[in-house]
Design a protein around this ligand. Sequence first.
Ligand SMILES: NC(=O)c1ccc[n+]([C@@H]2O[C@H](COP(=O)([O-])OP(=O)(O)OC[C@H]3O[C@@H](n4cnc5c(N)ncnc54)[C@H](OP(=O)(O)O)[C@@H]3O)[C@@H](O)[C@H]2O)c1
Length: 258
Amino acid sequence: MTYRASPADGNAWITGASSGIGRGAALELARRGYRVYATARRGAELEALSAEAVGLNGSIVAARGDVTDRNQMAELVAGIERDRPIALALLNAGGNFWDAPGDIGGDGFAKTMALNLQGVVNGLNPVFNAMRERRRGQIAIVASVAGYCGLPNSGGYGPSKAAVISLAEGMRFAADPLNVTIQVVNPGYVKTPLTAKNDFPMPFLMECDEACRRLCDGLERGGFEIRFPNRLALFMRFFSILPYPLYFPLVRAVAKGR
Ligand SMILES: NC(=O)c1ccc[n+]([C@@H]2O[C@H](COP(=O)([O-])OP(=O)(O)OC[C@H]3O[C@@H](n4cnc5c(N)ncnc54)[C@H](OP(=O)(O)O)[C@@H]3O)[C@@H](O)[C@H]2O)c1
């Protein structure tokens, strides 16, 4: 049985908590009794979130930080740990930056990788090491169903999420013997400021509150992967196991709108 965190064991820490999934998950975990340290760059949004949590079973503490700054993440984690141990970490901050057509691997690609991949590792390193020391902890890393397989016009986003899934899978081997649980969260389309920018059809688009409830249920349940909505995730999994001569024409047909 792998370890599952509870509010009695310590704090929760969420990155990317000023909007969207991170914000919703912070509120949901506070409802479930956690003291949640909420990290993002926009301090005013974090303070508003903290105020919104007043009256819930738990609470939310604003802990401003930039996940692309490795030293800052180490200091932030050390600061939270001085309060109480981090029992549960949700490494969620992420985004998508585009390059001009034809500019493969430009500034947008580099920024996407710095945020979605290096940004996750910058948080993972200090929190995993603290959990390793006390032989207890739970870390969930937010990737995406877009990381299951290569998709048209995904820029650096799909590759960054594929890398994060691979990272979580690999970490699981090191973490299991240390009583540290590693999970990967693979959302489909969820209504957030990130997807509000999309101008293509988003099948099975989920409300953010519902997505966050499912995410937190998955944290409580354990198991390696938390995915929602299930229908889209299963479609994407199916695509990813197809032989390439079937995969390419099928994805091309389905993604005609993109
Ligand atoms: N929405 C979806 O359909 C969907 C689907 C699959 C996966 N995901 C993943 O879910 C995660 C959350 O996405 P979302 O849809 O909730 O997006 P969102 O509403 O745009 O939220 C992104 C969060 O990341 C934070 N962030 C961005 N850069 C940061 C940095 N350098 N340091 C610290 N925080 C930073 C933002 O806060 P600040 O700007 O204040 O820093 C914000 O709180 C992402 O990893 C995304 O890839 C989302």
